[in-house]
Design a protein around this ligand. Structure first.
Ligand code: NAG
Ligand code: NAG
Length: 373
C-alpha cells in the first residue's frame, strides 16, 4: 500500500516538473526574463574549465551549479558566473556572479582548471558577426548588434568595401577622401577616392594605376598587367602626382566606366571609356583583344598636343585593350600607321604600348592615371 501511494505521488511529481520544463522551453527563447525562474535556468550555457576574470558582483558557496546560476538570475546586472570545478571545504562549490560576459571582455576569458564558466545564452553564442566584427548582445530583447571592423558593413559585417563607391554609398559622403578598402584573401589598402567631375564626369572614382611613361615599371610585357600583385600601394593615397602605383583594385573592383588621364608637360587631360567589366585585370590579363571606339581624335585630345605633334600616324587606328598589330601591341591604346596597313604600325598613343610605357610611341612620355567607377 505504502509503495503504491509512493509511486503515485512520485509520478505526479514527474508530470508536474515536465510541465514546468515544457513551459520553460516554449517561452525561454522569446523572453528570457519572464517568470518562472526555471525558464531562465535553461538559458545558461556551460563552458568547461574556463574563467572570466572581471569584477564580481558577489561570491557565494553553493551546493551545485543550479544554485549558482539561480543566484545570478536574481541579480539584474549578472550576465555570467564562474563556478568551482570541484568541491571545496564542506563539499561545497564557490560561485562568482559577474556583471559582464566573455563577448565584452574576451581578453579576460581564459582556460582554468579550477573553474567552469556559465553564461546566459545570448544571441552572440552562435558568433553571428563575420570578419572579426564584435557581437554586442542585448539581453533585454534577445537581439544583438555587430560592431564591424573598419572596411566592413552590413548586419553581420558580411559586406566589405571593395570600391570607393561602396564607401561613399554607405556613408553618404560627397567629398573626396582617403578610405580603407578591403579585399577578400588580400588585405586592406588605403586609397584616395575621387568624388565629382575632375574631367571624367560625375560620380565616385576608384584609383587603379598610376604609370610614369618615362620609367619602365609597366611596359607592355610586364607581369603587372597579367598578375594580381600590387606595386607601391602608398601611391594610391595621393592625387595626380608622379608616384607610380598598381592597387588591388586592378583585379578586384568592378566598373562600368574607365577614366584615363594623361599628363604631358604639366598639362593633365582625361577621357572616359564606357566599358563594363568585373575588373581591369579581366579586360587585360588574358591578352585577348577587346575593341574600344573612342576614335582617334579623343586619343589625340588625351595627349593635349595640338597639330601633328601627338605623333599618331593617320591609318589603321586600331584601338582597345590588348590592341594587336603585328609590329606593336598596346594594353590600353590606339595604334597608327602611315601606310594603310595594320601589320606595320609604328606609332601609337596609350598605356602599356610596345615602345612606350605611357604616352605617344616615339614622340613623348606621359604620366598616366587609371580610375574606374
Ligand atoms: C585576474 O586579473 C588580475 C589583474 O587584473 C590578476 O592579478 C589576477 O591574477 C587574475 N586572476 C586570475 C584567476 O586569472
Ligand atoms: C570589461 O569591458 C569593459 C567595457 O567593455 C571595460 O570597461 C572593463 O574595463 C573591462 N574589464 C576588464 C577587467 O577588462
Amino acid at each position: 500500500m505504502f509503495l503504491v501511494y509512493f509511486q503515485f505521488y512520485y509520478s505526479l511529481l514527474i508530470i508536474w516538473s515536465d510541465l514546468i520544463l515544457e513551459a520553460a522551453c516554449s517561452q525561454g527563447v522569446h523572453d528570457i526574463y519572464s517568470p518562472p525562474q526555471t525558464v531562465r535556468q535553461h538559458v545558461f550555457v556551460r563552458e568547461e574549465f574556463r574563467y572570466l576574470n572581471v569584477s564580481r558582483i558577489g561570491t557565494y558557496t553553493v551546493d551545485d551549479s543550479f544554485e549558482c546560476t539561480f543566484r545570478c538570475l536574481s541579480h539584474s546586472s549578472c550576465y555570467s558566473v564562474n563556478l568551482a570545478s570541484s568541491r571545496g571545504i564542506e563539499g561545497k562549490f564557490w560561485c562568482e556572479l559577474l556583471s559582464s560576459d566573455k563577448n565584452r571582455n574576451s581578453t579576460e576569458y581564459r582556460g582554468n582548471k579550477n573553474s567552469h564558466h556559465f553564461v546566459i545564452k545570448s544571441p552572440c553564442s552562435s558568433s553571428p558577426c563575420q570578419n572579426e566584427g564584435t557581437c554586442a548582445p542585448s539581453y533585454k530583447n534577445g537581439m544583438f548588434e555587430c560592431l564591424c571592423k573598419k572596411g566592413f558593413s552590413g548586419e553581420f559585417c558580411e559586406k566589405a568595401f571593395e570600391s570607393c563607391k561602396d564607401v561613399t554609398n554607405f556613408y553618404k559622403s560627397k567629398a573626396s577622401q582617403l578610405v580603407t578598402l578591403y579585399f577578400r584573401n588580400w588585405k586592406t589598402v588605403s586609397v584616395l577616392c575621387r568624388m565629382g567631375d575632375f574631367g571624367c564626369g560625375d560620380g565616385t572614382w576608384t584609383p587603379v594605376m598610376k604609370i610614369d611613361g618615362n620609367k619602365n615599371t609597366f611596359p607592355y610585357n610586364s607581369g603587372y598587367w597579367t598578375d594580381k600583385s600590387e606595386y607601391n600601394p602608398s601611391g594610391g593615397t595621393t592625387g595626380f602626382d608622379s608616384q607610380e602605383t598598381k592597387l588591388p583594385t586592378y583585379w578586384n573592383t568592378p566598373f562600368s566606366k574607365i577614366c584615363l588621364g594623361m599628363k604631358v608637360s604639366g598639362q593633365l587631360k582625361f577621357t572616359v571609356i564606357n566599358k563594363q567589366a568585373s575588373s581591369l585585370h579581366s579586360l587585360i590579363a588574358d591578352g585577348h583583344y577587346r575593341a574600344t571606339s573612342l576614335g582617334r581624335n579623343r586619343w589625340i585630345a588625351l595627349t593635349g598636343r595640338a597639330g601633328s605633334s601627338h605623333g599618331l600616324q593617320p591609318n589603321c587606328n586600331k584601338e582597345g585593350f590588348n590592341a594587336p598589330t603585328t609590329h606593336r601591341r598596346a594594353r590600353i591604346g590606339i595604334l597608327g600607321n602611315n601606310e594603310n596597313d595594320c601589320r606595320t604600325c609604328d606609332s601609337g598613343i596609350g598605356i602599356g604600348v610596345e615602345g612606350r610605357v605611357c604616352g605617344s610611341v616615339s614622340s613623348f612620355g606621359a604620366m598616366c592615371y587609371i580610375l574606374v567607377q
